[in-house]
Design a binder for this molecule. Structure first.
Ligand SMILES: *[C@@H]1O[C@H](CO)[C@@H](O)[C@H](O)[C@H]1NC(C)=O
Ligand SMILES: *[C@@H]1O[C@H](CO)[C@@H](O)[C@H](O)[C@H]1NC(C)=O
Ligand SMILES: *[C@@H]1O[C@H](CO)[C@@H](O)[C@H](O)[C@H]1NC(C)=O
Ligand SMILES: *[C@@H]1O[C@H](CO)[C@@H](O)[C@H](O)[C@H]1NC(C)=O
Ligand SMILES: *[C@@H]1O[C@H](CO)[C@@H](O)[C@H](O)[C@H]1NC(C)=O
Length: 271
């Protein structure tokens, strides 16, 4: 307890000094995809060195899961702060190019540790039928790094009436930070048309509500979380503390890059 008090005190000192030093996660910090399908199940063979390889992060075609023509759900497990998360699908048994994929849902601009669950594509209105093979793709950026990572899940479309959802299929959003783009904003891949966001030094669009990020610890446990994530949370706490004591800008470091963040209406824009 004494140690935690010291840590909190240090964080406050940091905040008062108006300097925080979060460290952006590196893809090599994770032993599973840091944004990972929980449903339908993903391709296995995650390899951090291949995560940037499109369309599927270098993972080989895997087991296919039966998935309903309409009314399906998609679950993700997020292990770190991620940005510009886009879900897509390809009507193909084994897509080899990125442009085979179509979007079907709004971009998640920012999301922190936790579970995410949303509607899958309405394959019926997309013109698909039962028996079609489909690959789902999620692309994402790690906070503070504009490089996109790729991760896939393989499904076979079945009639909704013939589909049996797993009994343990949970569907909730538990991330403290979850900013979803509007339909219009989603038309711009990097979310760069997001009115409240700015392009960062590394070309990434970031807008994190640090107060929300630190309000409730995520309930979703993950074995692949790294110390970098904890470090980044601690820094977020420091920054959140600073917001209540000062409206001045805060200088911080993300992944070795100097970043100036300005407080605007309780939300930090990392410029
Ligand atoms: C995945 O990475 C390994 C080494 O890390 C490499 O040998 C292999 O070619 C890569 N595969 C793909 C598809 O990128
Ligand atoms: C989906 O793929 C199947 C099999 O290749 C094809 O017959 C069908 O026309 C495709 N549907 C659409 C909407 O592209
Ligand atoms: C961003 O991620 C890529 C892929 O992991 C890595 O090669 C690059 O060094 C990272 N950039 C920064 C600024 O951390
Ligand atoms: C989770 O958030 C997304 C928006 O990112 C929303 O579409 C979806 O309905 C939410 N899921 C639940 C279970 O509320
Ligand atoms: C951003 O969106 C607005 C309205 O949706 C549009 O008028 C504007 O042209 C867009 N800007 C870019 C750079 O796409």
């Amino acid at each position: 307890m004494f140690t935690s008090a010291l840590l909190v005190a240090s964080a406050l000192v940091l905040a008062h000094a108006a300097v925080v030093v979060p460290r952006a996660a590196s893809i090599t910090d994770f032993s599973t995809s840091p944004v990972e399908f929980t449903y339908p199940p993903p391709r296995s063979g995650y390899n951090a060195n291949n995560a940037t390889a499109y369309p599927c992060g270098g993972a080989e075609l895997g087991t296919r899961t039966n998935y309903p023509l309409t009314g399906g759900r998609i679950g993700l497990d997020v292990d770190t702060l991620a940005a510009n998360v886009n879900l897509m699908y390809a009507n193909s048994s084994n897509p080899t190019t990125f442009h085979q994929f179509s979007t079907f849902t709004d971009t998640i601009l920012d999301v922190s540790d936790g579970a995410w669950c949303g509607a899958g594509p309405n394959f019926q209105t997309e013109g698909l039928t039962s028996g079609n093979d489909v690959t789902l793709l999620v692309i994402y950026q790690l906070y503070g790094n504009k490089t996109y990572m790729y991760h896939c899940a393989d499904i076979k479309i079945v009639e909704a009436s013939a589909y049996i959802a797993p009994t343990d299929l949970a569907c909730s959003n538990s991330s403290a930070v979850l900013k979803t783009a509007t339909d219009d904003e989603s038309l711009v891949l990097k979310g760069s048309n997001y009115s409240a966001a700015q392009e960062g030094i590394d070309g990434q669009t970031v807008s994190i509500d640090l107060a929300a990020a630190t309000a409730v610890p995520s309930s979703s446990a993950s074995g692949s979380e790294s110390s970098a994530v904890a470090a980044s949370s601690a820094a977020s706490s420091a920054a959140a503390s600073a917001s209540s004591t000062s409206s001045a800008g805060i200088s911080s470091q993300i992944g070795g890059l100097g970043i100036v963040s300005a407080a605007i209406g309780g939300c930090y824009l990392l410029l």
